[in-house]
Design a protein around this ligand. Structure first.
Ligand SMILES: Cc1cc2nc3c(=O)[nH]c(=O)nc-3n(C[C@H](O)[C@H](O)[C@H](O)COP(=O)(O)OP(=O)(O)OC[C@H]3O[C@@H](n4cnc5c(N)ncnc54)[C@H](O)[C@@H]3O)c2cc1C
Length: 454
């Protein structure tokens, strides 16, 4: 029997909770795993020193630690397992912006939206913008190397991480990097922890790069009767231009969003693209004009452009709410497969064929300019036979992405849900190297067991 009072006494008053009712909300993330475990305790740390205390206690008692930011993971990365300690960063929310170095020093529990707001107060911008930006933490973003809507032009989370502090599995606090734009001293360990999904260490602080505030964007929305035409348009645009957003929704998504918003989206369209340009001055309009020509050449059924910021934002918001809108239609299995841009059409059409063949509904939305799609397989959890078909389709979509030279996850992480497919994607040599690094940094395997590594 493990004496939690010894641990609680070394932590701030009320940091540790262990009654079942209060722990319930920390068991699941947005992947909604029905098999989520029951933690031994949830610890709401307030400092890096608290994290060290928890990790040392866990190491001494060989207890698994599941690190949790805001719990918006779609891959089961922050799902509890039986007998674990859930380490919640929700109380570590400090943000300090230094406009001179154009950096923000941020504790892991701060929300992405709050970092953006703190930067905006200095006329600066933290670009990474997952659709979940209002309800996901910076720690979770760093741990998953989160992407988002503006990544097509501005890159992903790792492009904005100059340093991290991490508590490793032996309880040491290690400071890596800092507010320096160039620094090649030693191995690039900061980048090793970005995207490591809580399996190598616990991030207690990030030093983030900020850039000047984004210019107002012009927006173009185009609909297509054929999926292939929409995908060809993406390819033609990305060959010569860098729009600041290039998003895709298929018919199932359009209809799910229209059910929520009644904004008069074309329910009959096979696909819709939402595209923005934030080029300076009249260049944004010129870029949008060129994009319009490409859309029309590829048989767009309707093209609508606006430089009204609010109107543009309404379309972006429609794309942001696509996942929750589809989630209202049933239970979902959510994928995150990505391919090189020239294969985007084969992926989207292949997913359509899998959906028909397995007789399941699949809604596809995509950060199309990155080749990163989110097929959502919608099913009725009470229908066992339908669930079985949905699970088969889930595997087939990942197999298809791999066949097309793509990845099983572009931004959500392997987590628990995609762990069984990692061996199909990585070469045996790459898999062995991953395992060597894991074994070296976490020899007891206490950090997020079952995530990425089985
Ligand atoms: C509607 C919706 C839309 C989304 N859109 C996007 C999108 O556009 N792009 C995108 O990339 N993701 C998206 N996501 C997924 C999710 O929001 C991201 O993966 C996000 O980065 C997770 O942050 P979190 O704070 O919720 O992390 P959590 O769910 O709490 O954790 C995620 C992973 O990070 C680890 N972790 C958390 N904090 C730390 C830490 N301090 N140190 C070490 N490990 C840690 C956890 O153990 C877990 O493995 C979306 C999710 C939803 C529900």
């Amino acid at each position: 029997m493990i004496d939690l009072t010894a641990l609680a006494s070394r932590l701030p008053e009320g940091a540790l909770i262990s009654d079942a009712d209060r722990m319930e909300k920390y068991r699941r993330d947005r992947a909604n795993d029905p098999n989520a475990g029951v933690p031994l305790a949830v610890i709401r740390v307030e400092s890096a020193q608290d994290v060290q205390t928890v990790v040392r206690f866990a190491a001494e008692h060989s207890l698994p630690i599941i690190t949790r930011g805001a719990g918006s993971s779609l891959s089961g990365g922050s799902t509890a397992i039986d007998g674990c300690l859930v380490l919640s960063t929700e109380r570590m929310t400090a943000i300090e912006v230094d406009p001179r170095t154009r950096t923000a020093v941020v504790q892991p529990g701060a929300m992405n939206a709050d970092v953006k707001a703190a930067a905006a107060a200095h006329d600066l911008w933290y670009p990474p913008d997952p659709s979940s930006f209002e309800f996901c933490s910076i720690g979770g973003n760093l741990a998953t190397n989160a992407g988002g809507l503006c990544c097509v032009k501005y890159g992903v989370t790792t492009d904005y991480v100059l340093g991290v502090d991490v508590v490793t599995a032996d309880g040491e606090l290690v400071e890596l990097g800092g507010p320096r734009l160039k620094d090649v001293a030693g191995l690039p360990l900061t980048k090793l922890f970005v995207g490591s999904e809580g399996t190598l260490g616990i991030i207690t602080r990030g030093v983030l790069r900020l850039i000047p505030a984004q210019r107002p964007a012009a927006t173009l929305v185009a609909t297509f009767a054929q999926l292939a035409d929409a995908c060809q348009t993406v390819q033609d645009i990305t060959r010569g231009m860098r729009p600041s957003m290039l998003e895709f929704m298929d018919q199932v998504c359009i209809n799910a969003v229209e059910d929520e918003t009644a904004m008069e989206l074309d329910r009959s369209a096979a696909a819709m693209l939402i595209i923005q340009s934030d080029e300076p001055g009249t260049h944004a309009g010129a870029e949008i004009d060129q994009i319009r020509i490409i859309c029309e050449k590829n048989s767009a059924t309707e093209v609508y452009a606006t430089d009204d910021a609010d109107e543009g934002e309404a379309f972006v918001q429609a794309r942001r709410i696509a996942i929750p809108s589809v989630e209202r239609k049933g239970a979902v299995l959510l994928e995150d497969v990505g391919v090189p841009i020239p294969q985007l059409g084969d992926l989207v059409l292949g997913i359509d064929a899998i959906a028909r063949n397995r007789d399941v509904t699949v809604a596809v939305m995509a950060h199309a300019g990155d080749g990163n799609t989110h097929p959502l397989i919608v099913f009725d959890p009470a229908d066992a036979e339908q669930l079985e078909r949905a699970e088969l389709a889930y595997g087939e979509i990942m197999d298809l992405a791999i066949e097309l030279g793509g990845t099983i996850t572009g931004e959500h992480g392997v987590g628990r849900l995609k762990q069984p497919w990692l061996k199909d994607y990585l070469s045996p040599q790459a898999l062995a190297l991953n395992q060597k690094i894991k074994d070296a940094l976490d020899p007891q395997g206490i950090l997020n067991p079952g995530v990425v590594f089985n």
